[in-house]
Write a protein that binds this ligand. Structure first.
Ligand code: NI
Length: 383
C-alpha cells in the first residue's frame, strides 16, 4: 500500500487546516464545505447533505457490484480555549479540536482519495462525515433521518484516536467498548423561610444533601458488584443569601452503564430515593431523566473483521483484543443499534489527554487509519 503512505503530507496539511478552523455541533459549515471540495477534487460526485444540518455522506462505487459498507468519521470540535503554541493553532476563540476529530476527518478524506483511485472492489462504500458527536448526537440525527434506510449498509466501522495508549496499536472489543450516557435533574421543592426559624420551613438544602448521599447506594447496594454503573452528581444549585432557607434545590448528574436493565434500575431507583427522602422531610422532588447516548457495543463478527484488518496493517502484537471498556460514551452507538459494525481505538502515544486544552492529534497515525479503512474495504468487499 505504498500509495497510502504517499498521502501523508497532504493529509497532514488538511488536518492542520481543520485544526485551525474548529466548529462545534451542527455549525460545521466551513468544515463541511472543505470536505465537499476535497471529495469533488477526488472525482467523487455522489454526495448527500440532507441527513443532518451539517456533515456529508459520500458514495464510492467499486468496479463491480456487491454489498454496501459504511465508514464513519466525526468532524466536530469542542468549546475549549486552545493552549497550544503551534502554527496551526485554532483561529476561532474558545473553540478547538481537542478530541482529534480533525484527524478522523483527514483520515476519512485520505481514504476517500485512495478508494476513488483504487476501485478494485465489489460493492459500495458509504463515507459518513458525521457532525455533532460531542453532546448533541449527530449520529442519532443521521440515523433518524434515514441514513441506514436509504442505503442498504450491511456493516459500519468507525475509529477514535486515544492519547496515552500505545502509538499505532489497535484496541478492538468483541462487545462493550463505551458506556451509555444519561442525565438527570432533581428539583427538591421545600418551604422557604427565615434561617433562624427552621422549624417553620421544609429545608430544601438538607433534603437535597440526603438525596445526594443516598444516590450513592444505587451503585453500592442495588447493583451486582460484577456489573458496571457510575452515578455522578455534578451540580447542586440552591440559595442566594446567608439568612434565608431557599424554597428549592436543584441536583443534576449523569449515569453511565453498559446494560439496559441496569440503566432501567438506576432510573427507577433515582426516582424512588429522591421522592422517598423528599417525602420523609416534608418536601417534594420532581425528577427528569433523559437518555442521551446508548452504550457502544460492537457486533462480534464485525469485530473479527476489524481484528483481521488491523492485524494485516500493524501485526498481531499491536492488536489488543477486548481492552477494558471506557465509561465515556460515543454516539456511533446509534449506528451500531441500526446495523452491525465495530468501533475501535487507535493509540496515538504520549501526549495531553483528549479534551485537554493542550491536546493535539498525532499526525503519525493518519496513514495507519487510512490503511485500516482500506483493508476493511478489502476484507468486506474483496473480490
Ligand atoms: Ni471524540
Amino acid at each position: 500500500m505504498g500509495k497510502i503512505s504517499d498521502l501523508k503530507q497532504e493529509m497532514t496539511a488538511w488536518r492542520h487546516y481543520l485544526h485551525a478552523h474548529p466548529e462545534t455541533a451542527f455549525e460545521e459549515h466551513n468544515t463541511t464545505e472543505f470536505i465537499i471540495d476535497k471529495l469533488k477534487s477526488f472525482g467523487i460526485t455522489e454526495l448527500y447533505t440532507d441527513f443532518a444540518p451539517t456533515g456529508v455522506v459520500a458514495i464510492i462505487q467499486g468496479d463491480q457490484k456487491g454489498r454496501w459498507i459504511g465508514l464513519r468519521a466525526d468532524i466536530d470540535a469542542l468549546d475549549i480555549l486552545e493552549d497550544n503554541d503551534i502554527n496551526y493553532r485554532s483561529i476561532i476563540q474558545g473553540k478547538m479540536h481537542a478530541c482529534g476529530h480533525d484527524g478522523h476527518t483527514a483520515m476519512l478524506l485520505g481514504t476517500a482519495k485512495y478508494l476513488a483511485e483504487n476501485r478494485h472492489f465489489a460493492g459500495t462504500v458509504v463515507l459518513i462525515f458525521q457532525p455533532a458527536e460531542e453532546n448533541e448526537g449527530g449520529g442519532r440525527v443521521m440515523v433518524e433521518n434515514g441514513l441506514f434506510d436509504r442505503f442498504p449498509i450491511e456493516a459500519v466501522y468507525g475509529l477514535h484516536n486515544q492519547s496515552n495508549m500505545q502509538l499505532g496499536y489497535f484496541y478492538i472489543a468483541h462487545g462493550e467498548l463505551m458506556a451509555s450516557y444519561d442525565v438527570f435533574e432533581i428539583t427538591v421543592k421545600g418551604l422557604g423561610g427565615h434561617a433562624a426559624s427552621p422549624q417553620k420551613g421544609k429545608d430544601a438544602i438538607v433534603t437535597a444533601s440526603q438525596i445526594v448521599t443516598s444516590l450513592q447506594t444505587i451503585v453500592s447496594r442495588n447493583t451486582n458488584p460484577i456489573d458496571s454503573l457510575v452515578i455522578s452528581v455534578t451540580q447542586i444549585h440552591s440559595g442566594d443569601t446567608w439568612n434565608v432557607l431557599p424554597q428549592e434545590a436543584i441536583i443534576r448528574g449523569t449515569v453511565r452503564t453498559f446494560n439496559a436493565q441496569i440503566q432501567d434500575m438506576a432510573e427507577k431507583r433515582i426516582k424512588e430515593i429522591s421522592q422517598g427522602i423528599a417525602m420523609a422531610y416534608g418536601a417534594k422532588a420532581d425528577i427528569t431523566y433523559q437518555r442521551r447516548y446508548p452504550a457502544t457495543i460492537n457486533h462480534p463478527s464485525q469485530a473479527e473483521i476489524a481484528i483481521k484488518a488491523a492485524t494485516h496493517i500493524v501485526g498481531e502484537d499491536k492488536v489488543i483484543i477486548d481492552p477494558k471498556p471506557s465509561m465515556g460514551s460515543e454516539d456511533f452507538a446509534f449506528m451500531l443499534q441500526k446495523t452491525p459494525g465495530a468501533y475501535v481505538w487507535l493509540g496515538s502515544g504520549q501526549g495531553a489527554n483528549l479534551h485537554n486544552p493542550a491536546f493535539d492529534f498525532n499526525d503519525e497515525i493518519l496513514t495507519t487509519g487510512v490503511k485500516y479503512f482500506a483493508e476493511l474495504v478489502r476484507q468486506e468487499l474483496g473480490k
